[in-house]
Write a new protein. Structure first.
Length: 438
């Protein structure tokens, strides 16, 4: 089978499975209640203006929402003040019924009822005779001005309106806590999800239907089999075509990100798990291709460096082979010169000692004919001169011997250093030759 087919098949299969997962999440239906904000007139009043200030975690997904007023309510404007604040201006018709009036928030594209995300607040800026209400369960309740929270409603602490007050409901999520509590809850949630996946994975998958579950498992097993059997051939082809490997890896990473983005947290949990597995497989294969291309580029760069360095490695080996004998020759010649120098100067010391001694003895013989009064001075002088000559001979000979020894030792040291340097250079050249495959 040509290597190009090994390249195409895994990619097409990954693409097929990805597009099986992507449209599936559109079939997920959130069975949540509509978000209905009720405006309840106070006693004796039926009309007025109300501005609902809705605070949330993030309103980036709210741009597609529509606000459908019920009978007796006119929405004058909807303003996104920021990513966390939304203003809805509402006018109540005085001629309408004094019954509670509603504003239902829906998604126009799907027609499904939208829900406020966890952690929202509704602040009603209104005339003092109006109190914002929200329908009872399953959504949060904004109490009227005269209501008193029950024991069950203590989490939703309501603030009643006065002549100038702003009515604010409590956040439906847990109260603000420290960063440590947040990370603790996060890790506990992660552990709970993992344990739940291990326990109910098959239930979630088969909850999609027997046919869909079996098809998904079969596709995943087929994908693993294709990667296992065709990956070596594809990698060998990518090794010879690193730029194609980089391009395909980038495409797979983009596809993986699309899979992860499209199948989001609003999808069914089992489907999200499968989509995440597909994302991981795509990302893993993309990383393998990137590493293959990277190593091939580094290998080619190394070969280019080797082609430039191999001639120098050969020069290094030849130089070491030609100059290795120089260390022995240099040490041998140097020690020979030291010995010749020592012999020469020791002979000179001996010659000087012999001459000096002969002078003292000749002078002593001449002193024998002198007057007895001067004879003892002459003899004393000659003995002193002879002793000095002998001492000088010893000192001179020993000094020359020591100097000769130091000279030979110096050449021994330099010969060892020379051989060690040549040995290091030789093995460095051999190592470079082995690494560069020269």
């Amino acid at each position: 089978m040509p290597p190009e087919k090994n390249l195409v098949k895994p990619f097409l299969l990954l693409l097929l499975i990805s597009f099986i997962f992507i449209p599936a999440h559109a079939q997920v239906n959130n069975s949540t209640a509509p978000v209905i904000i009720n405006i309840q007139p106070a006693s004796g009043e039926q009309g007025g203006d109300v501005v609902l200030v809705i605070l949330g975690d993030n309103f980036t997904d709210w741009t597609k929402l529509s606000f459908a007023p019920h009978d007796g309510i006119n929405i004058t404007s909807v303003k996104f003040v920021s990513a966390r604040e939304l203003w809805v201006s509402i006018t109540l018709d005085k001629n309408a019924s004094p019954a509670p009036r509603n504003v239902t928030i829906t998604e126009p594209e799907t027609g499904q009822n939208a829900t406020l995300p966890g952690g929202f607040k509704v602040i009603a800026k209104a005339s003092p005779t109006f109190t914002p209400l929200q329908t009872p369960a399953p959504t949060e309740t904004i109490a009227a001005a005269t209501s008193v929270p029950t024991a069950k409603e203590t989490e939703q602490v309501s603030i009643t309106s006065t002549a100038t007050a702003i009515v604010e409901t409590a956040v439906t999520t847990a109260p603000a806590s420290s960063e440590e509590d947040f990370w603790g809850r996060l890790w506990a949630t992660i552990v709970a999800i993992i344990l739940g996946l291990l326990k109910k994975g098959f239930e979630w998958l088969f909850g999609l239907g027997w046919g869909a579950s079996l098809l998904i498992w079969a596709l995943l097993l087929l994908l693993l089999w294709v990667i296992w059997h065709m990956l070596p051939g594809a990698l060998s082809w990518y090794w010879d075509h690193p730029f194609w490997a980089i391009l395909v890896a980038l495409l797979m990473m983009i596809l993986a990100l699309i899979v992860l983005a499209v199948v989001g947290p609003e999808a069914a949990l089992g489907l999200a798990i499968l989509a995440f597995l597909t994302f991981l497989l795509l990302l893993l294969f993309a990383l393998i291709l990137l590493l293959t291309a990277l190593f091939r580029v580094l290998y080619e760069l190394w070969r280019l460096i080797a082609r430039w360095l191999c001639p120098w490695v050969k020069v290094c080996k030849d130089w070491v082979q030609e100059t290795e004998w120089m260390c022995d020759e240099w040490g041998r010649v140097g020690r020979k010169e030291c010995a010749e120098w020592g012999i020469t100067y020791r002979q000179e010391c001996i010659r000087q000692q012999w001459g000096c001694t002969q002078y003292a003895r000749q002078t002593r013989r001449e002193c024998a004919d002198w007057h007895w009064a001067l004879r003892w001075l002459c003899l004393s002088y000659t003995y002193v001169v002879e002793l000095v000559c002998v001492a000088w001979g010893w000192v001179c000979t020993d000094f020359i011997t020591i100097a000769e020894t130091v000279c030979k030792a110096w050449y021994w040291i330099w010969e060892i250093v020379c051989k060690a340097g040549h040995w290091i250079i030789k093995w460095v050249c051999r190592a470079w030759g082995w690494v560069l495959q020269c």
